[in-house]
Design a binder for this molecule. Sequence first.
Ligand code: IVH
Length: 684
Amino acid sequence: MDLFTTPVARAAELRQQLNHHAHRYYVLDAPEIPDAEYDKLFAELQAIEAAHPELLTPDSPTQRVIGKVLDGLVPVRHALPMLSIKTETDYGEGGAIAFDQRVRNALELPDDAPPVEYCCELKFDGLAINLRYERGVLVQATTRGDGETGEDVTQNIRTIGQIPLKLFGDAPPLIEVRGECYMRRDDFEKLNARQRAFGEKTFINPRNTAAGAIRQLDPKGMRGKRLSFFAYGLGVFEDWRQPATHSATLDALAAFGVPVAKQRAIVRGAQGLIGFHRDIAEKRDALPFDIDGVVYKVNSIALQKQLGFVTREPRWAVAHKYPAQEQVTRLNGIEVQVGRTGKLTPVAKLEPVFVGGTTVSNATLHNLFELRRKGVRIGDEVIVRRAGDVIPEVVGRVPGSWNGTTRAGYVHNFLMPKQCPVCGSDVVREKGDREYRCTGGLFCAAQRKQALLHFASRKAMDIEGLGDKLVDQLVDADLVKHLPDVYALGVQQFAALERMAEKSAQNLVAALEASKDATLPRFLFALGIRQVGEATAKDLVKYFGALERIMQASEEQLLEVDDIGPIVARSIHTFFAQPHNREVIAQLRAAGIHWPEHEGAVDAGDKPLSGKTVVLTGGLSSMSRDEAGAKLEALGAKVAGSVSKKTGIVVAGEAAGSKLAKAQELGIEIWDEAKLLEFLAENT
Ligand code: IVH
């Protein structure tokens, strides 16, 4: 603050800036400034408000804090009832045709009158909320309740970053915005992944989670649950000229800074509605949130008024549904699958059920702990969820639905096998690990498949065309028992496999041949040593130079390498101590895999970033993080994945999160993308 700025003026300016940047970040997903810059402005405002508490306003971005526990939710009578809409359950074209016909009849339009204009929207699957803004400031948020009376949930709603605490521009003295609070699928998956990691109960679906969080008395229940909001209409307003159409009204709300879904369209007649329904059906899986249908609304507000309501439903709107993403079906059995690193996953064998647009007969049960927590038993009716591209899962059971097909008296009727169902090796669960694993290693076909897929993957040996299906065939037919076997196969053998044309077989042999021209870090990474990712492989090569030296290194010597700790050192040492692993390496080299000698050994201090560890976090707009990492490495930097005291520089792109926070905490040098580009330009 300079001498001529008053705290009042500066606070107002900061609020305006912070509200603008929060909108860019939460609503538009397009931040203009790095998080660190936002945090600085935020801290400045907090400091002013602490020094001058009389300046604190309810629309201040500092007031999105988690408040105190409530005794009960307070009922609030809606100034204008929150109605519901009629649902067309005919998934086909019939629903749209019937609605258009009802509208035309009610408006007494002759058959040759032009088609009616509609605004088409998504039907969001969440909780309806009324946001009341007075003089542009959010003063109250209520649930729908019974439509006449809702509940005051202002405290919880204020913590949702997407909901503006103050409207932009020339807001009317009073306006109520209506819309849906929901949880994005990725936020839901993250929440459940964390619950699983901590051994806590998982949530059934995003809808219930969002609704539950908003209606909680203790606002702490909002922690870790990132919610979102889309506006779809209005409640009461004063001194405002509402635009003439519903779609223009939504545009006006968007201009006030309220999130409005971009998937909406103005169409004409039944054919237009059908087109929208079909278009969204195709996009449904790719949307980042759940919808249960689309909503059609007569676009003209004047016509809406003319059409009015029947009982509690408007004649001018209808919901046209899609097949549900959750269904109840019978659990007929549980099979165990062996995945990467030997992890055993219980998979539900279901009575086939149509859910989320396809027929599902297998669904994951994740692990034994979760299965037990949900109390799922073979013979139960279970709830299956398939939404988006997430694999179908069993999210719960229907109480009292067990059909008694298995021995009575047993609480559980499924046990993890003691032997691997694929190779018969012992199954173990290590202390502190939630997962059961097969100990068969590369003896186990399931793990051999994973090892081969990893070996061929892009960042490893990069063998194009060696994918899932082919790997299954090669291992199942015993053509590949050990990694090196793959190099012994010729065009004839590949061409004899299912769905393998002569040309593809030739391409594959060429790709295998090309992969022999490798680099040592890639080869090391490709071996699939536990704990050895790309970065560690590079570190090892940089430090030791040659493969022989890495293979001979003791645990103590391995610990000398920056960023290699005791667990990683032990894993590497154990791997190379196994005669069969040494044999595999010898055979791969005999097959012709080679790399430039001593490529990794560099003298310290001869490049601009030598000796510096750099961590990249957040999104960059001018290049991918991998590209940036490669450029920094070329300048001598060591690129690491996590921030520690040893980190020299953190490059923070858009929406950088915890790594940036940690860097700030440790006082590490932080670069934004502009600074990175400047440095690269100066040094290359
Ligand atoms: S309009 C008077 N539009 O569906 C019309 N509702 O029964 C009021 N919903 O609980 C509703 N997406 O929360 C409307 N694009 C949308 C919607 C939508 C979801 C929910 C709404 C209400 C129910 C309507």
